[in-house]
Design a binder for this molecule. Structure first.
Ligand SMILES: C[S@@+](CC[C@H](N)C(=O)[O-])C[C@H]1O[C@@H](n2cnc3c(N)ncnc32)[C@H](O)[C@@H]1O
Length: 287
């Protein structure tokens, strides 16, 4: 790994961000399964294919892909975060899938076996690159000629009620930090479809399709869990952390979040609107 590339994200995902992701892994996976399945449908893998799961996190989608490609297929999960990968490896050992490997690496520069993969897949793991065109160029070179890319990423805040609602609640208590630059690495950096198309085109990919998708987002199995989720994960949690809010303010934010989420409570957790892009592309180049 090169310490100069993606240095901030490397630090974040190997530090507090990664440890938090591991802590919330069960709930995160329960919430994100339908999103991952939509991108898997777009990837349309068949038995015996070779898949790379980019920014694979704790391995939920990597293991699911391994079941889909079957024993004759192969799946590699790559992630920049050691604590997150440690959880992925423990899970793989307990499920017994033999066609999965995990590697720590920065997908922007990792030396993938050239022209070996059928599919580069990701569930929300490709929005954190300093230089996304270079990163996708690197991913493309790991694909066979004709190989496919399929990933899911967030649409803008205005289309994502789970973000706008939680930011509105926080804004009543503390000043929101300025929104990140539209090209700054982070969860919303692929929200502009024109930018995504430019990135993939300059990476040498073809047949690019970007389709909008709406998925009910179940943020926690109870209302309390939903409050915890939205105050500790995602853009609202970042705003709270940056504000240095004291305990009393945090309690008031949590109480208001509960009120704001109550209309979305199904009795089995809050379900709230989420909008994503499902992006597919192909490598039609050799080398
Ligand atoms: C939002 S999480 C998604 C994790 C997983 N795909 C899931 O859906 O549960 C983003 C993941 O991307 C990883 N990541 C961030 N930058 C990366 C990079 N340059 N190379 C490889 N992985 C990266 C993080 O460590 C983290 O696990």
């Amino acid at each position: 790994m090169n310490d100069m590339i993606n240095a901030d994200m490397n630090e974040y995902w190997n530090g507090d961000g990664g440890h938090k992701w591991v802590r919330f892994q069960d709930r995160m996976d329960a919430s994100l399964i339908p999103f991952g399945h939509k991108a898997m449908a777009a990837a349309a893998v068949s038995a015996d294919e070779c898949v790379i799961d980019v920014g694979c996190g704790c391995g939920d989608t990597t293991l699911e892909m391994a079941r889909r490609v079957g024993p004759a297929g192969q799946v590699l999960g790559i992630d920049i975060s050691e604590p997150i990968l440690a959880r992925a490896r423990t899970r793989a050992a307990s499920t017994g899938e033999r066609n999965v490997t995990f590697e720590r690496g920065d997908a922007q520069i990792h030396r993938f076996a050239p022209a070996a993969a059928d599919v580069m897949y990701s569930r929300f793991g490709i929005m954190f690159f300093d230089d996304p065109a270079a990163a996708f160029g690197n991913l493309r070179r790991g694909l066979k000629p004709g190989g496919r890319v399929a990933f899911i990423c967030w649409r803008p805040v205005r289309d994502n009620e789970w973000i706008s609602l939680s930011l509105d609640v926080v804004a009543k208590h503390v000043p929101l930090p300025p929104p990140p630059g539209s090209e700054a690495p982070g969860p919303l950096s692929f929200s502009d479809p024109d930018r995504v198309r430019r990135i993939l085109t300059s990476a040498g990919l073809s047949d690019i399709a970007i389709e909008g998708s709406h998925t009910p987002f179940k943020v926690g199995g109870t209302l309390d869990e939903a409050v915890e989720f939205l105050t500790q994960m995602g853009p609202a949690s970042g705003a709270i952390a940056q504000s240095d809010a004291d305990e009393e303010t945090r309690s008031r934010i949590a109480a208001d979040m509960r009120d704001a989420l109550t209309p979305y409570d199904t009795g089995q957790g809050a379900v709230i609107g989420a909008a994503t892009w499902i992006v597919t592309a192909r490598n039609l180049k050799a080398g």
